[in-house]
Design a protein around this ligand. Structure first.
Ligand SMILES: [Zn+2]
Length: 136
């Protein structure tokens, strides 16, 4: 998601959330963007710190990195509470679930590159996230 500061011809300022910069252009082109105050469809972007940051990601300020770290922790906590930790047996368990040997459930764990290749070949979906907790 990306947030833009927008303004209408009357100078009303408001925020718009978009999937990406293209989504903003699309919605604007189709007249879907209107001012929440006066309903004006003539909307333009106010240059913001955010768009400048996006153009130069290496200059991401410390605050954003702190927010990211918080998000990673939240995600890790969610996974810890909702996913069964199978450790290094991840690929084996994923295959068992895939072939109906065991009950379908959310699992988490680690796998080798070779195992990941096998999972992909079997058409088993999985996601990789950076590990922030140290419980293995
Ligand atoms: Zn307006």
């Amino acid at each position: 998601m990306i947030v833009f500061d927008l303004k209408c011809l009357q100078g009303h300022k408001f925020e718009g959330w978009f999937d990406d910069g293209k989504a903003y252009e699309d919605q604007k082109a189709r007249g879907l963007l209107t001012c929440p105050v006066c309903n004006d469809a003539d909307i333009s972007k106010i240059p913001t710190a955010f768009s400048i940051k996006a153009a130069h990601p290496e200059k991401t300020p410390a605050l954003a990195q702190k927010e990211l770290a918080k998000l990673e922790k939240t995600l890790a906590a969610f996974i810890e509470n909702n996913f069964d930790n199978v450790g290094s047996r991840f690929a084996t368990e994923a295959l068992k679930i895939h072939y109906g040997v065991t009950e379908p459930r959310n699992i988490r764990g680690t796998s080798t590159q070779e195992e990941e290749k096998t999972l992909k070949e079997e058409g088993i979906g999985f996601i990789k996230i950076p590990v922030v907790s140290d419980d293995g």
